[in-house]
Design a protein around this ligand. Sequence first.
Ligand SMILES: [Zn+2]
Length: 331
Amino acid sequence: MSAGEGLEQIADGVWAFLRPPGSWGQTNTGLIVDRGAASMVVDTVWDTGWAKRVASATTLLVTDAPITEVLNTHSDGDHWWGNDTVPAEARITTSVASFEAMKEELPPAAVTAFARLGRLAGPVLGPIGDVGTYMNTVRGGARFPRKLPRLPDHTFEVTERIDVGARQVQLRYLGPAHTAGDLIAHVPDAGVVFAGDLLFIGSTPILWHGPLTNWMDALDHLIALDAAVYVPGHGPICGLDEVRKLRAYWAWVDAAGRQHFDAGVESVHAARNMMASPEFVPFAKWCSPERLVLSMSTLYRLWDGKPAAPPTLVRRVAAFAAAGAMLRRGK
Ligand SMILES: [Zn+2]
């Protein structure tokens, strides 16, 4: 176990199962319990071994409060591919936009095949080796489920209230931003917000979908909630200061990235320049800093006038190749 890893109680009847430092696939999950009544699970992880650890660590907490509700904060596999590990009788909820994106996702078997290819191609020089290296990093040794897991059976458009026993959980769709369907879960009686991947803390965020202004608006919404504790999708739990710092990162990427775009600098080169600039220093210690390359590839599309859209496989592969090249050759 690394420092800060595992189950942490963050309020009365509210827990997070944390997986620092919050790099690829190191996803946090949550548990909201009304003792003697019912429980809600927030997000299910893609690594089947980790899902078992979460389940066994939380068994005692739910013996008199069965899991009746499950939430998937968005459509990335590391937040819902564990849906077959929750009780079959529990209802699974996500946003309409997230549900549509889940249906389009690559099945786990395809990603496993890609990562295997990555392990073989890793030693190869050039773009194929770059993609391979990066795919292997993304998988991070996780064991994926064999088939596409159970899809959610309840969706909502913008807001929804879910009762967990006598407790209320307020859901709000704030996407599209990181992905098409990003939603947050606010537990007002505990002062806790589960933010999914609208918050990466100590871990570099990735803009896959956009527009970026939506993400900054979502962060303003999180700040306005003025919660005591925020649980990010990746990284340690945090307060308002860290939410503001993430907003500052995106404001800098938006401004500095756009300057490079307007000057006709190609996106990987722009990302490298930006990471060498003094403005990057406050964010330089976040893990996976090379993810700036992935976000820049999305931003360049949007600045080119293309619509915000989920990343196609081709887009992801091209972005991974660029990030892999940067890691392997400092390029
Ligand atoms: Zn994630």
